[in-house]
Design a protein around this ligand. Sequence first.
Ligand code: GDP
Length: 193
Amino acid sequence: VPASPGRARLHSSSLRRQVRTFRVKMVLLGSSGVGKSTLALRFSKEELRSTSPTVGCAYLTQVVHLDDVTLRFEIWDTAGQEKYHSVTPIYYRGAHVALLVYDISKRETFIRAQVWLKELEKQYTPGSTVIGLVGNKGDLAGKRQVSVQDGRDLATEKGLFFMETSALSGHQVKELLIGIAHRVNTTIGEQPG
Ligand code: GDP
């Protein structure tokens, strides 16, 4: 019985290279106005080899291809819950990645990011979730209230991935997502089984 063309294609591509695909839930946390929604939109629009951004009811998606693994990011935005200074744990439950976003031109948002971090640390086993610290609005250098070193020091102390971005211009947005993807890949590799 001849195989259907669809099957044949599937078979030959899986022989060519073993590419595993993982679903990665990524949540954005941080004060209102730091640029979370803008960043989420940027993530889904940047061209990362093969993309098909879709607006779901709750999250945006972006696919990142690394050497031997494909990561399908589901990017969750708080939808303004942080205005009430709390976000339901359902929002970040099961998240593989949490991005703590602050605005480099507003010191209080950096302080607030550290409060979020404490909250996250209560929920997560160290090493199982990738946490990124993101200094957004890097284009507002003239109004800077948080130095690059401040961000870097906090990240080093807490073992976080760190990057400054501009969601407005797109500067370093792609690099951030790819950097996070590599960290996720390492974390997956360290999981038992
Ligand atoms: P959210 O409340 O954290 O989701 O923040 P938004 O994404 O709604 O952004 C709040 C405001 O900041 C909007 O007016 C954005 O256009 C602006 N914004 C977002 N990212 C940047 C950035 O990187 N640079 C500058 N200058 N403005 C930004």
